[in-house]
Design a protein. Structure first.
Length: 389
């Protein structure tokens, strides 16, 4: 079963009157940087600097939010804006270390995309029906490094990864900070800062995109996070229960014996049949409680703007109003095609997650997704956080 940790920044409420005014310069020469990209992560809100390196960005989310500033040949600057104040912000960009960049580039596999492109796309874009309508426009900018010893694949990109999503009507510029996939644990982790831009289309096309976006939103992690903050899980349609998930020790024992057996032919036939049967079992032993959890069982409000997600073990989340995608069923034997959306979340080292307003949460590194959301929450089904159905 795949475990998935996704690091994006979620900011769903917007203030129309406020602005950020700023100037982008070279850190050493203090030269103005024209046409630098300035945007709020995971939204469609962005702009570029003028010939004087200046910009104005409006329609801002309620803080905190992350402002991302990038320019070719410079390190990407990410600023956490917690308390927005009036005045002109000065942003200094640091030139990239060419020596370090050359070392990384030289370590890339020569034919990395040919070897790893499909695996990267399946884990980054996804394998849903919507993902089939997505295309990465600059795959050659993505480099791969594979550790044979650790069995971990890492991906890097010198430029933002450009994705066209024809089904949802977006062009996404994704500034990739980190991507790693562990073949042993099937654990995926990536960090990035996406900027969404609307594709051009006629009225019919825009209406079609609106319907597809609404369908994606229903039963999504974004909808769930907003429902947690607003304490309206029941009204929204989510059902939350307590799940205790422990590793299947007997399967681990059987795997150890089979992996380290010098000659499997020496294993008695009845023992081998037993090990094979055990190896078909789940990697986990689950204890699922039938009682539905209320908000107070796994979250609490600290003030008017903050909710803390804090729970032990796992939350077993179902959304009875919508079935899981057929593609998920085809890739997960044993899952009924008539199953409603069912996902599991857990907190890394039981570290709490802070939920702000109706969608922002941190530290997002602490939230791990399993089962359906681990499969579905990818770039191919991603919505910007200034989207509301």
């Amino acid at each position: 079963m795949k475990t998935f940790l996704l690091f994006f920044l979620l900011f769903p409420f917007w203030i129309w009157g406020q602005q950020i005014r700023g100037k982008v310069i070279d850190n050493s020469s203090e030269k103005s940087l024209a046409k630098a990209s300035v945007f709020i992560s995971n939204t469609s809100i962005g702009t570029i600097t003028n010939e004087n390196g200046e910009f104005v960005l409006g329609k801002l989310p309620v803080s905190p939010f992350d402002l991302v500033i990038s320019y070719v040949g410079y390190e990407t600057l990410v600023m956490r804006i917690s308390n927005l104040q009036e005045g002109l912000f000065l942003f200094k960009l640091q030139p990239k270390d060419n020596n370090l960049e050359n070392i990384i580039v030289r370590s890339y596999e020569k034919n990395g995309w040919e070897r790893w492109g499909v695996l990267f796309t399946n884990n980054f874009i996804g394998t849903s029906a919507l993902a089939d309508h997505c295309k990465i426009l600059n795959p050659k900018d993505i480099g791969f490094v594979f550790s044979q010893k650790k069995q971990v694949l890492a991906a890097y990109s010198k430029e933002p990864i450009i994705i066209i999503n024809k089904k949802l009507g977006y062009r996404i510029e994704f500034d990739l900070e980190q991507f790693s996939y562990d073949f042993k644990s099937k654990y995926l982790f990536y960090i990035g800062y996406p900027l969404f831009k609307e594709l051009k289309g006629n009225k019919t096309g825009k209406n079609r995109w609106a319907k597809e976006r609404s369908k994606v939103y229903e039963g999504s992690l974004l909808q769930f996070i907003r429902a947690v903050y607003q304490n309206n899980l029941k009204e929204t349609g989510f059902v939350v229960r307590h799940l205790i998930r422990k590793p299947n020790k007997e399967k681990e024992r059987a795997k150890f014996i089979l992996d380290y057996s010098i000659d499997r032919a020496q294993i008695p036939a009845d023992s081998m049949n037993y090990y094979k049967r055990i190896m078909k079992e789940s990697n986990f032993t689950d204890i699922l409680y039938t009682q539905t959890l209320d908000f107070e069982n796994f979250a609490h409000k600290t003030d008017s703007n903050t909710v803390i997600l804090n729970f032990k073990d796992c939350l077993y989340i179902t959304y009875p109003r919508k079935k899981e995608d057929a593609e998920y069923y085809l890739r997960n034997n044993g899952v009924s095609p008539d199953s409603c959306i069912t996902s599991i979340i857990t907190l890394q080292n039981e570290a709490p997650v802070m939920v702000n307003l109706s969608g922002s949460y941190s530290d997002t590194r602490n939230l791990t997704l399993m089962t359906y959301w681990a499969w579905s929450e990818k770039l191919g089904t991603m919505l910007p956080l200034d989207y509301w159905p």
